[in-house]
Every structure is written in structure tokens, then in C-alpha cells.
Design a protein around this ligand. Structure first.
Ligand SMILES: [Zn+2]
Length: 291
């Protein structure tokens, strides 16, 4: 097990301060993470362990928006078993049975009760698992009791009707208690949900995956989610084997990275074990991390 450091990285985007909180470490099969890219290529950039797994992070972004705290994705939560954590190499425990994400929020001087909006890029367990938590008495309830939770309507429908290939990623306890509490807001398509915060559909990983764009004072940050999970996924064809529509991912990446390059966006990479933030460069053949 490994937990990427630092636990928190802070950036200023115009007038808004943002914190990337490392919600834990994760290790997944390197082949699955790079799809059709041969191991001879990806293993030059990132090395696999004896189980062919590569180290990953599970970054969430806490935005100190003037209207209140906004949290992007929630890590994998405290509800799964030790066996489950071993399979996915998850190391995310926090103090007193809670999670590293909640520790990070507290270390920044905030409480889970202070979070006003939770936005999920999609509902896979490593992005929405921390939406809810299991109390010592076994009850599953929203982790952020005062928050509105926001996800694309199509993503919820897709999660609630899984097939044999997608069912291993979608667990109803990650969203059903939020919906039951009347706290789930379903969005359709592109939408500015708060001043300067826009949800942008970036389908492919799942059919209704979304990225989150923050604009302030002429600067732009994009939380790309699983569209570009690590810096190693910046080259257009380096697409995860997990994606259900990889050719759709390709077009979502092509469009978003062109915007990011042209407007010098700061990107936040959710799953990169080492690099939380970066800008993109293009050398005439491929995108890569700038500077
Ligand atoms: Zn995912």
C-alpha cells in the first residue's frame, strides 16, 4: 500500500483558492490503465509492481468559492472491505474510521458540514465512494450533510442500469442515500452552476462523464477527472482500457486539450501519483506536460 504525498497542494486561480487533497493511494493494472498502448511503451514512463500494478492517486479538489465550499469528487470512502482495498491497492483511511479526504478538509480548517456543493465527475467508486460514509453503527449517510450533490442525469441513469462490464464500478450506496435525502441535483449537458464554475460534458470514460472548469480573474483551471487521469494520459491515444467508449474519449480529449493549450489552462490530474497540477504543451505530434 502506498499513499502519494503531499496530502494537500494549494493553488490560486484568479481570486479563488483551490486545494488538491490526496484522498488516498490506489494501484491498478498498468495494462488496463493504458488500453491499447503496449507495455513496452508505458513501462518506460511508469513502472509496474510484481502484480503489474502502477501507483495512482485519488485527488479531490476543494474550491474556496465566494458562495461557499465546493468539492470535486470524493475518493473511495470508508464503506468497502479490506479485501476490496487489497484488490484495488487502496490506502485511504483517515482518523477515527473516516477518510484521508476528511482529514485533509479538516487540516485546511474546514469541516465536512461546511461543504456546500459536491460535484461528481462520474459515479465510479473511486470518485463517488466518499459521497457517503458508514457510521460505527453501520448506517450509510451523506458525508457532507449540508451539501447539494451534483452529477449528470445520464450518469446516474447509467450507474443505476449497469451491465456485466460496468457493474464492478457502480455501487448504489455511493449515491442512493444522497438521493433519498433529497440532496442530489441532476444536470443535463453543459451548465455554469456557480459564478465561474462550469460543468463540461467530456464523454467516453463513461457516456456522461463531466469535467469541471473554474474561471476567475482571467485564469482557468480544469479538473479533468478520468478524461486525462494522469499526466501520462496526455497523448491523445493513451486512453484507459476501462473507458466504455474510447473513440468518444479521443474526441473529448482532442477538444478539451486544444482549449487548454490555447487558453493556457491549469489542469488538475485526479489519479496522478506525483503531479497534481500542470499545463499542457504540444510539440507538433503529441501533448505533454509543459515546462
Ligand atoms: Zn472512472
Amino acid at each position: 500500500m502506498s499513499r502519494p504525498q503531499p496530502a494537500v497542494e494549494t493553488r490560486q486561480v484568479g481570486r479563488v483558492r483551490v486545494h488538491a487533497i490526496q484522498a488516498g493511494g490506489q494501484q491498478l493494472d498498468g495494462g488496463a490503465m493504458f488500453g491499447v498502448v503496449p507495455k513496452t511503451l508505458w513501462s518506460r514512463r511508469i513502472s509496474a509492481d510484481e502484480r503489474n500494478r502502477i501507483p495512482l492517486g485519488m485527488r479531490c479538489l476543494l474550491i474556496e468559492h465566494e458562495d461557499g465550499l465546493v468539492l470535486l469528487d470524493t475518493g473511495s470512502g470508508n464503506k468497502e472491505t479490506d479485501k476490496f482495498h487489497d484488490i484495488y491497492g487502496i490506502d485511504n483511511a483517515g482518523a477515527e474510521g473516516r477518510t484521508a479526504l476528511e482529514d485533509g478538509i479538516r487540516a485546511l480548517g474546514h469541516r465536512v458540514e461546511d461543504v456546500q456543493w459536491v460535484i461528481n465527475t462520474h459515479l465510479h467508486f473511486d470518485h463517488a465512494g466518499g459521497n457517503t460514509w458508514r457510521s460505527p453503527s453501520g448506517e450509510v449517510q451523506p458525508t457532507f450533510p449540508n451539501a447539494r450533490y451534483v452529477v449528470q442525469r445520464g450518469e446516474l441513469a447509467y450507474a443505476e442500469h449497469p451491465n456485466e462490464r460496468t457493474t464492478a464500478s457502480y455501487f448504489p450506496p455511493n449515491w442512493a442515500p444522497v438521493a433519498a435525502a433529497g440532496r442530489l441535483d441532476l444536470i443535463e449537458g453543459e451548465r455554469e452552476i456557480l459564478p465561474g464554475i462550469t460543468l463540461r460534458p467530456t464523454p467516453g470514460h463513461t457516456p456522461h462523464h463531466q469535467s469541471v472548469i473554474l474561471r476567475s480573474g482571467g485564469e482557468t483551471l480544469c479538473f479533468v477527472g478520468d478524461l486525462v487521469p494522469t499526466v501520462h494520459h496526455l497523448p491523445l491515444p493513451w486512453i484507459m482500457g476501462y473507458d466504455v467508449e474510447p473513440l468518444v474519449t479521443l474526441e473529448s480529449k482532442r477538444a478539451l486539450l486544444a482549449d487548454a493549450l490555447r487558453e493556457d489552462w491549469l489542469l488538475c490530474f485526479e489519479h496522478d501519483a506525483h503531479t497534481g497540477f500542470g499545463r499542457v504543451a504540444y510539440d507538433g505530434k503529441a501533448y505533454h506536460l509543459a515546462g
